[in-house]
Design a protein around this ligand. Structure first.
Ligand code: PLP
Length: 269
């Protein structure tokens, strides 16, 4: 059985973070292991409190997992603070983990911060984590944070290149979910097996839904599942986007929570 290790925060309402990652892995029939960075008191309406795990203990969890059940791919989500980000980077290096999908989660869609020291965390993401990542999956607001500039005046395809140049990561997927066109377009750039730079667009009709809590977590984990199962990066992204689109459609009429509810994790991957 293939395995994905999720390094992320716990979302007690079950739609995002570690819980979304486990449910996504189940949909892909991949075994999930989890290193928890922070426990978040939150629901579909907001974030009410964050308890970050001691940074060295995040490392200890990753060590315990990798010593025993080797991860075929890794998803990194909410880090919580810069110290944890540093320890995660140390673990990725020490244990030589590959197929690393980094979702640079900094702020929840409801607008609440998921990082105790956002600017420092961004610095560690850029300098230590991104260079180890197979793929970074920012949405437009996250891309603006990472590049340290507003993004509303240029062709979006140029931003992934800029991030790749800054960090030397091997791939960037800029997600278009925060746009407002009829289509949700994601831009992927990556280095192929020969080191050649490739690019591809992924388009899907935008799903109008009140329920989108955890969409980014689900997508990044779905990509990690595809990589764990041996798909090449563009194929893993294509399959993951199709899964998220179906999960968004399936979740349109779910009545779970009074705010932005979860996706439907029971659709076919
Ligand atoms: N809570 C946790 C623990 C998360 O990891 C994330 C996203 O990555 C969120 C909340 C944010 O979820 P969303 O912005 O999709 O509602």
């Amino acid at each position: 059985m293939k395995t994905v290790m999720s390094i992320a925060g716990s979302d007690c309402i079950g739609g995002a973070g570690i819980q979304a990652d486990i449910k996504t892995c189940c949909a892909f029939k991949v075994y999930a292991t989890t290193a928890i960075t922070a426990v978040v008191a939150e629901n579909t309406r907001g974030v009410f409190g964050i308890e970050a795990v001691k940074a060295s203990f995040v490392y200890d969890q990753i060590k315990a997992i990798t010593d025993d059940v080797w991860p075929d791919a890794v998803k990194i989500g909410m880090l919580g603070n810069a110290d944890i980000a540093r320890e995660v980077a140390r673990a990725i290096r020490d244990f030589k983990l590959t197929n690393v999908v980094l979702d640079p989660v900094l702020v929840a869609s409801v607008g609440d911060s998921l990082s105790g020291d956002k600017e420092d965390t961004v610095k560690v993401i850029l300098s230590e984590l991104a260079p180890l990542a197979t793929l970074i999956t920012p949405n437009m607001p996250e891309m603006a944070e990472l590049l340290g500039m507003p993004l509303d005046y240029e062709d979006p395809q140029t931003f992934p290149l800029r991030l790749m140049g800054m960090t030397r990561c091997s791939g960037v997927l800029l997600k278009g979910g925060h746009g407002n066109g009829q289509e949700s377009v994601d831009y992927l750039i990556w280095h192929d097996a020969e080191g050649k730079l490739e690019s591809r667009e992924f388009s899907a009709p935008r799903v109008e839904t009140p329920n989108s809590h955890g969409t980014g977590c689900t997508l990044s984990t779905a990509i990690a599942c595809g990589l764990a199962q041996g798909l090449a990066l563009p194929a893993a992204v294509e399959k993951a986007k199709a899964f998220v689109t179906e999960a968004l459609k399936g979740g349109r009429d779910l009545k779970l929570g009074k705010g932005s509810g979860p996706l439907d994790f029971f659709v076919n991957a």
